[in-house]
Structure formats: structure tokens, C-alpha cells
Design a protein around this ligand. Structure first.
Ligand code: Q9C
Ligand code: ZN
Length: 342
């Protein structure tokens, strides 16, 4: 399986995130991608290719022009206002407010974000466009006939909606890949999101559409981030009715205590949709030692995820999302891919 990777991920290197009431070093850090790259290289998953730069036009099939302009200029505006420290929002338009776009950078950050854990830094724009390029190039390789490709994206993308960032995500790489696949003639993409957290951004992007199916297996939003989306009764809207399927699972879920069953149910729903290509939002934060997550999958369970995905029998693009247990992250990701190939 070919791997697409860009070193430019390293330009997203925040100093801090607000977590558990404290400013702490970010768990979403460059070492993640480095670990994954060395593990997939060691496991001989396949050749590593550099991406072609993504077109702005492709990004605009997913994100609004105003949001992309904001992301591109936010760091300079923040530095002009506050100096050279990570840009973190602190004020949001909650239910009793209007939804105007203020002039001040702090107000704009509140408008375009949903958490304080996602720092904008000097290199964020460069890193997130590189990550989207990795996803788009993976899609091109699948369109050119590869059975499966791994887009080793960083930063991740599945929490980012058309004009909202958060959850360490800015550009929705999986959605960009879906649009790149559609532009190359695939007409019925399905996304399966196996990251521990609900893919709220991806769901929101495709919620009103029947031409892309979205299924997500994740920690129950009653207990877990992102809290306000990812419930089982969210089934799609209008033309998208029936094309969204959520499988929330309680904290503590392991392979035999609900995960395998949910994965099979999600794949059954995808098979019933009749897709022509599969995009996997691949998170490894379902691992029992993940520092911010509460599922109990073991290293031996990850090849089983790959085996189940393989049985869908579709051209498949893996897009890297979360996973924060640095020491085991690379091995767990490589295990999914070798389970798929095996
Ligand atoms: N109590 C991804 O995995 N906040 N994003 C965690 C923990 C945000 C995770 C708070 C977690 C975002 C791509
Ligand atoms: Zn996650």
C-alpha cells in the first residue's frame, strides 16, 4: 500500500492547549507523525510519496472562502494584537448571542472555533494545507487504480466543519479526499470514521447530502468530546436522510465488549448503501493507553479493524486522524494497515 506523507506537518507545533483547566503541552504534536512514519516504514507497508500541492478550488468544495481566508491570516492578526504566542480562543457565540463575524481577531477566533484546545501558530496554515495535500494526493492515487492508499495526514481533520475548527483539526482532510474522489469520477463515496471521537465536522459537511455516506464509531457524546454531536438519532437531513449513521459506545468499550459488533454494524450499513469507494478516518485513540481516551482496544485488535475494512471489498483511502499514546501509536496504525493487506 502506498503512503503519502509531507514533512510540513512539523510546522504545526503548538506550545500549549487548555486541557482539564490547565495550560499543558499539546498532545497533538509532531512526534505523532514521526512515530507513525517510522512504524509503517519498519512494517514495510509500502513506498512513501510526497504530495502535490492541493488546489484552493478543491479546499473550497469543503470549506467557505471566508473561513480559509481567516485560517490563512489569523496568525498575523494575532501577533499584531497580542505578540508571538499560540493563538487560542476564549469567547464563543453561545446560544443567546448573534452569529456575526467581529473585526477583532479574538472575536473571529471565537466565531470560527468550538474549543480552546486547538492552537493556531506561525506554521499552522502551512501544515494544514500540506495535510490536505496529503489527503488529496492519496485520493488521486486511488483514482489512478491503487487498491488502497494511506494518507499520513497531520494535523488531523475530522472535527473541522465547513467554517469551524477545533479538536486539533482545521481542514477536513477526509472531506477533501471525498471531493477529490468525486472529481475523478467516483459517485458514491462512503466514509467510515474509527477515531475514538465523533467526526462531527465530517458529519456536518455531508449531513444534507445523499451522495456521500458517513458512518462513525466513537465514544458516546453524553460522556465524551465533542459532546454536542454524534448521537445515534442523527440520521441525516433532507436529501441526506439515511446517509448518516452514528455508533456511540460507552467508556470502557473493548473489542469484544461492543467494538467489533459496532464495526460490523457500520460496515453493514455501508454495504447497504452500495458505495464505489471507501474513505477511512483512521484514529488509533481507541487504544487502552491513550492519554485522553477511554476505550480499551489492544495492539492485537488493530489488525482486526483492517481485516474487517478489507472485507468491504472497496478501493480504500486511509486518512490519519487522532491517536496520542505516542509509544504504541505507530505500531497500532501499522497494524490496521497490515491487517487490511494480509
Ligand atoms: N478531556 C482528534 O482525535 N479535547 N481530536 C480533549 C480531553 C479534544 C481529539 C479533552 C480532543 C480532540 C482528532
Ligand atoms: Zn480522536
Amino acid at each position: 500500500m502506498k503512503i503519502v506523507f509531507s514533512q510540513d506537518h512539523k510546522f504545526q507545533d503548538g506550545k500549549s492547549e487548555l486541557i482539564d483547566g490547565q495550560i499543558q503541552p499539546p498532545v497533538e504534536k509532531p512526534a505523532r507523525a514521526e512515530q507513525i512514519l517510522s512504524a509503517v516504514t519498519e512494517a514495510r507497508i509500502g513506498e512513501v510519496l510526497a504530495p502535490a500541492p492541493v488546489d484552493r478550488a478543491l479546499l473550497q468544495t469543503v470549506h467557505t472562502p471566508a473561513y480559509l481566508d481567516f485560517l490563512e491570516t489569523a496568525w498575523d492578526e494575532w501577533v499584531a494584537a497580542h505578540g508571538d504566542w499560540d493563538a487560542l480562543p476564549l469567547d464563543w457565540p453561545a446560544r443567546t448571542f448573534t452569529h456575526r463575524v467581529p473585526e477583532a481577531i479574538d472575536g473571529k477566533m471565537g466565531y470560527y472555533s468550538f474549543d480552546a484546545g486547538t492552537p493556531i501558530t506561525s506554521g499552522t496554515w502551512r501544515a494544514v494545507t500540506a495535510s490536505a495535500s496529503v489527503a488529496a494526493t492519496g485520493a488521486t492515487l486511488v483514482a489512478d487504480g491503487e487498491r488502497a492508499v494511506f494518507s499520513l495526514c497531520r494535523p488531523p481533520g475530522h472535527h473541522a466543519a465547513a467554517d469551524v475548527y477545533g479538536g486539533y483539526c482545521f481542514i477536513n482532510n477526509a472531506a477533501v479526499a471525498v471531493e477529490a474522489l468525486r472529481a475523478r469520477g467516483f459517485s458514491r463515496p462512503a466514509i467510515i470514521d474509527v477515531d475514538y471521537h465523533h467526526g462531527n465536522g465530517t458529519q456536518a459537511i455531508f449531513y444534507g447530502r445523499g451522495d456521500v455516506f458517513f458512518a462513525s464509531i466513537h465514544a458516546d457524546p453524553r460522556q465524551e468530546f465533542p459532546y454536542f454531536l454524534g448521537y445515534a438519532d442523527e440520521t441525516g437531513d433532507g436529501a441526506g436522510e439515511g446517509a448518516n449513521a452514528n455508533f456511540p459506545l460507552r467508556w470502557g468499550t473493548g473489542w469484544k465488549s461492543g467494538y467489533e459488533e459496532a464495526l460490523e454494524a457500520a460496515l453493514d450499513r455501508i454495504a447497504a448503501y452500495g458505495p464505489d469507494v471507501l474513505v477511512v478516518s483512521l484514529g488509533a485513540d481507541t487504544y487502552h493507553e491513550d492519554p485522553i481516551s477511554q476505550f480499551t482496544l489492544d495492539t492485537d485488535d488493530f489488525p482486526r479493524i483492517g481485516e474487517h475494512l478489507k472485507r468491504a471489498g472497496l478501493p480504500t483511502l486511509f486518512v490519519m486522524e487522532g491517536g496520542y499514546a505516542i509509544d504504541a501509536l505507530g505500531r497500532n496504525v501499522a497494524n490496521v494497515l497490515s491487517g487490511f493487506e494480509g
